[in-house]
Design a protein around this ligand. Structure first.
Ligand SMILES: [Zn+2]
Length: 400
């Protein structure tokens, strides 16, 4: 049950596989399809294992009704945890676009990073605090329903549980699961809440956000390994499902830690730059009446350039790339047509605006992994690829 910020787009559940189920305090609540899996897992484990142990006298129907109700309330608890992060983030001036529930818990998608260690501390702390408060509230409800809480403490668990009503049983489980949720999220591995608190502390001490992030992410990655290790031990001792689950969570924590640092470094480096600052400006153009054969012999095979603007009468009318010709097997050596037969237009879908931010260009080129012409007033003024931005970033990183 982890959560993270929006800027780590690579690790967020895909918005394509999510649907909006509600809108609370102006925040879209989305559900990723993987929630169905975890919902089924939780309901089944409650109905088939946990509740029958606590209440041998319950029938199958009663077990399932209680289990499904508890699972729904669990997801509402999860949502409350994320809402707590979101409300505090908003008070700190960070916009929240949506909360998405997915297989590993919830994600509050924040637009931007906390501006100070104090903000980070408050935002990160709000979620676990909400979970602790829920644990406490459900615990209080149980004690109110039991009447004499002392009777729960004195006897053995199995006996006590049987005395609980359906409602009290559900509250009991919710109290413990919310407590566990808070504790799990407080593990100091970035970008989990505990890792964010840890980062806020280092940030506050050193004043260096990047260094703090790297340290917190290293601890996060270490925790990922601990989970994988414990999972492997469980796996080999015959506890297959638990083992696999822990390995999966460990892998996920590690991935979050690594990608969040990479994404943050990239963010930092690209901040304030637009496409114009990063694009390639040294390139050749090709006349539209060039034959395809001549283009391949004289341009394509003589340069590492990946995209050629095509011009006619001093106007750019399109472009070709090495991919425009349908591969090496298409008998291009014998091609008799002209270049304009293979040209892409310079429309919005096939070009990029020089004023687009470097970050947005990076995201767009990740979705469309080919070089794109940078077009201003109908003329190609530059060429940009995903690799160009990474290369630019690598040089920039060395220079700072
Ligand atoms: Zn959280």
């Amino acid at each position: 049950m982890t959560d993270e910020n929006s800027d780590f787009a690579q690790t967020s559940p895909s918005p394509l596989a999510s649907m909006t189920i509600a809108r609370v305090l102006g925040i879209d609540i989305r559900m990723h399809f993987s929630v169905v899996v975890i919902f089924a897992l939780i309901s089944t484990s409650l109905a088939a294992s946990i509740f029958p142990q606590w209440h041998p006298e319950w029938g199958t129907a009663q077990n399932w009704v209680a289990a499904v109700s508890a699972a729904i309330l669990f997801f509402i608890s999860l949502l409350t945890h994320e809402m707590a992060h979101s409300v505090v983030a908003r008070r700190c001036g960070i916009e929240i676009s949506a909360i998405t529930l997915f297989i590993f818990g919830g994600v509050a998608e924040m637009k931007g990073e906390p501006k100070s260690p104090r903000d980070e501390f408050l935002i990160a702390g709000a979620g676990p605090l909400a979970s602790f408060v829920l644990a406490l509230l459900f615990g209080i409800l149980v004690s109110l329903m039991v009447g004499d809480p002392q009777s729960l403490l004195n006897e053995e668990d199995s006996l006590n549980m049987a005395d609980l009503s359906v409602l009290a049983t559900i509250c009991m489980w919710l109290s413990s699961i919310n407590f566990m949720l808070a504790v799990f999220n407080l593990l100091p591995g970035f970008p989990m809440d505990g890792g964010r608190l840890f980062r806020a502390a280092i940030w506050w001490r050193t004043g260096n956000l990047m260094q703090a992030t790297q340290m917190a992410a290293q601890v996060g990655s270490g925790f990922g390994w601990v989970f994988i290790g414990i999972g492997a031990i469980q796996l080999f001792s015959g506890n297959t499902v638990n083992g696999l689950w822990l390995i999966l969570i460990g892998w996920f924590i590690r991935r979050l830690a690594l990608t969040s640092v990479a994404s943050m470094m990239l963010d930092q480096a690209l901040r304030g730059f637009d496409v114009r600052a990063i694009m390639r400006t040294r390139f050749d153009k090709v006349p539209a009446n060039t034959s395809t054969k001549q283009f391949i012999d004289d341009y394509l095979l003589r340069s590492t350039q990946q995209l050629w603007p095509v011009h006619a009468d001093d106007r750019d009318i399109g472009y070709v790339t090495a991919h425009s010709f349908g591969g090496e097997d298409s008998g291009l050596k014998e091609a008799t047509d002209n270049l304009d037969q293979h040209m892409h237009p310079l429309d919005q879908a096939h070009s990029i605006n020089p004023d687009l931010s470097a970050k947005e260009a990076f995201e767009r080129l990740a979705m469309y992994p080919f070089p794109l012409p940078v077009v201003e007033d109908g003329q190609v003024i530059g060429i940009i690829t995903h690799a160009d931005i990474i290369r630019w970033f690598a040089f920039h990183k060395i220079a700072t």
